[in-house]
Design a protein around this ligand. Structure first.
Ligand code: SAH
Length: 249
């Protein structure tokens, strides 16, 4: 596990106090990298107060305008959510998920996304994630305070570091690097184009097709080599479609 490869991403946070609380929760558990996507009210004194001695985490926080700017270079993205969504996604609790993140962090950039205080992450934001993380709660009230949710995830990660702070012995021995978010987005764009070309996808009635395909590929997690193979297949398919159309003329 390499905590330097794990970033906490807060999307559109409303209350600056929560940002400070998150910084503190992170530093307590040995995490340093905080990304703030379009925070509503930041910088703000309340963030500094709540951060207490974790000002260094706040000072080095990266403020970006869009989610893509925060996770474009990540190979493993986890979305946290208090509720079930319309399309079920691979879902884990904080403990199981921390293991996956710790493993991935040995060689990859890992991001954990946390949503808005009032409405969490949008379905579109959850769809860019490889996994969804849910902290089990009472059925009566499932929505935790943002900083407390970060605390629990950070604690589970902490529990996986060995006492001497050495990387854990489990190493991911994959033979190719996993695809980054940016490259996955390029692939989805290409896939959509090709599906329209072969008239499998009707742009006028796309239904849930792209969401379902995203979920499929998120579940297996493609490496760069596999991604290149699939893009090669798409390119060749598009060539055949064009040839077919040209010969009809
Ligand atoms: N009403 C919102 C709750 C937002 S709470 C919703 O239903 O999603 C703010 C953020 O804290 C959430 O977006 C999520 O990132 C995190 N969070 C709160 N409760 C959680 C839980 N039980 N499991 C996982 N994350 C949670």
């Amino acid at each position: 596990m390499n905590p330097e490869n794990i970033r906490i991403v807060l999307v559109n946070t409303t209350h600056p106090g929560n940002i400070g609380g998150v910084a503190r929760a992170m530093k307590n558990m040995g995490l340093q990298r905080l990304y703030l996507v379009a925070p509503r009210d930041y910088p703000n004194e309340q963030a500094v107060w709540r951060a207490a001695s974790a000002n260094d985490v706040l000072d080095s926080a990266v403020v970006v305008p869009t989610l893509n700017d925060a996770i474009g270079d990540c190979q493993f993205v986890v979305g946290t959510s208090a509720r079930e969504r319309r399309i079920p996604w691979p879902l884990m609790d904080a403990r199981q998920c921390a293991e996956r993140m710790a493993l991935a962090s040995g060689r990859e950039q890992v991001a954990v996304l946390f949503g808005r205080e009032d409405r969490g992450l949008t379905n579109d934001e959850l769809k860019v994630c490889n996994l969804h993380l849910n902290i089990p709660t009472s059925e009566d009230y499932s929505s935790l305070n943002l900083a407390m949710a970060v605390q629990i995830v950070a604690y589970e990660l902490r529990m996986l570091t060995s006492p001497a702070g050495q990387p854990s012995s489990a190493v991911d021995e994959w033979d190719a690097p996993f695809a980054s978010r940016e490259n996955m987005e390029r692939f989805y764009t290409h896939l959509e184009e090709a599906l329209v070309d072969i008239e499998f996808l009707d742009p006028a009635a796309p239904r849930q097709l792209m969401s379902r395909l995203r979920r499929l590929y998120s579940r297996v997690r493609l490496d760069e080599m596999e991604l290149n193979i699939l893009r090669g297949i798409l390119t060749e398919t598009q060539k055949w479609v064009r040839r077919g159309r040209d010969s009809e003329r």
